[in-house]
Design a protein around this ligand. Structure first.
Ligand SMILES: [Mg+2]
Length: 369
């Protein structure tokens, strides 16, 4: 197809409650959306970068700049563009995976809408609904945490994930385990907040039958994850460290991780995410789908990805109202702890243009050849 325009839309969506991790506290989600206009139709992609470079080195203004100055011109000046060919077309740009993922997803959406194929069908989905977990931020107090968790259990979530950080780990985990009972699926995410000196402390988590501990150490530090995996019974799961299929296979073979959290934005797009899924399946390593506070646009694609065979653990693919009072697309609603995989062409969801305008931080940037 021929890309005729790339639009960059910047929105601020109010969160239903502030979300706190070891990185900090968010009260609104700044969302960068990409629309491609092509000779065969339009497509949408969501950039998962956060407003500030605190989760990853990528952030919204940086992603916007690299899209505007490098990635969009590359597709606008190409005679023929395909989603599969996109990575090669922009391989001259180092890194910036979240920005690349947004544009690749928009291209794939345009392509599949034209072909009348859904993301799920294209990725190789084997189920029509996916088990959902929920990620619970650091709370102001233990009673407030227990209240919040109890609310999610009532809503039907099939797995609880607690954000932990030094000073907020063993006690909240013990209290939540007691609340949930011994059989409930519970896991923790440290978002790189610990270091090697904390290994003995982290071993205390073994008492609580966790599904996994996610990314306790900085993303470059595979070695300390290997050391922890040797010393702890709880399975270690990498998130931030996994930037592509090569790192994933390397980390598995070195026994740094026995479960992988796949986030398409972090690895440069859904095509690479599927490759990581396939490699993990071959190595017998289960995967699950992470979340980055996506709107319906990103959530739709995540749910389709999570429908692949080796996504055997519930993902952070929560219902829209976990984060937003109103979603940018038709809302994703939990039924019996599951979300339905969209089946309509492309992402299967429609952007509500009136909300795009209502939540706009500024007029869209429209780039043409
Ligand atoms: Mg994580």
């Amino acid at each position: 197809m021929k890309v005729t325009a790339v639009e960059l839309h910047l929105l601020a969506m109010p969160l239903v409650r502030p979300f706190e991790t070891s990185f900090g506290r968010q009260t609104a989600r700044t969302v960068l959306l990409v629309r491609v206009r092509t000779d065969v139709g339009d497509g949408w992609g969501e950039c998962v970068a956060m407003a500030d470079p605190v989760y990853s080195s990528e952030y919204v203004a940086g992603a916007e700049a690299v899209l505007r100055d490098y990635l969009a011109p590359a597709v606008l000046h190409a005679d023929e563009v395909t989603a599969e060919g996109f990575a090669g077309l922009v391989s001259f740009v180092i890194g910036h995976r979240m920005a690349k993922a947004a544009l690749e997803t928009a291209l794939l959406d345009a392509e599949l809408r034209t072909a009348e194929r859904s993301f799920g069908d294209y990725f190789g989905a084997v189920r029509d609904e996916v088990d959902c977990g929920v990620s619970v931020g650091v709370a102001p107090s233990i009673p407030e945490l227990l209240d919040e968790v109890a609310g999610y259990v009532d809503e039907g979530y099939r797995r609880i994930k607690l954000k932990i950080k030094p000073g907020w780990d063993i006690e909240p985990v013990r209290e939540v385990r007691e609340l949930l009972g011994p059989d409930a699926l519970l896991q923790v995410d440290a978002n790189t907040a610990y270091d090697a000196a904390d290994i003995r402390h982290l071993r205390l988590l073994d008492a609580y039958e966790l599904l996994l501990i996610e990314q306790p150490f900085v993303e470059e530090d595979i070695a300390t994850h290997i050391q922890l995996a040797r010393e702890i019974e709880t399975p270690v799961c990498l998130d931030e460290s996994i930037l592509g299929v090569g790192v994933a296979v390397d980390a598995i073979e070195r026994h740094a991780t026995s479960i992988i959290n796949i986030k398409a934005g972090r690895v440069g797009g859904y095509l690479e995410a599927v490759r990581i899924h396939d490699a993990c399946a071959e190595l017998g390593v289960p995967v699950w789908c992470g979340g980055m506070l996506e709107t319906g646009v990103g959530r739709a694609a995540n749910v389709a990805l999570a429908a692949l065979e080796n996504f055997t653990l519930p993902g952070d693919t929560s219902a829209s109202r976990r984060y937003f009072a109103e979603d940018l697309t038709e809302p994703f609603e939990l039924v019996d702890g599951r979300l339905r995989v969209p089946t309509a062409p492309g992402s299967g969801v429609t952007v509500r243009e009136e909300l795009l305008r209502a939540w706009a931080v500024r007029a869209p940037v429209i780039l043409t050849a």
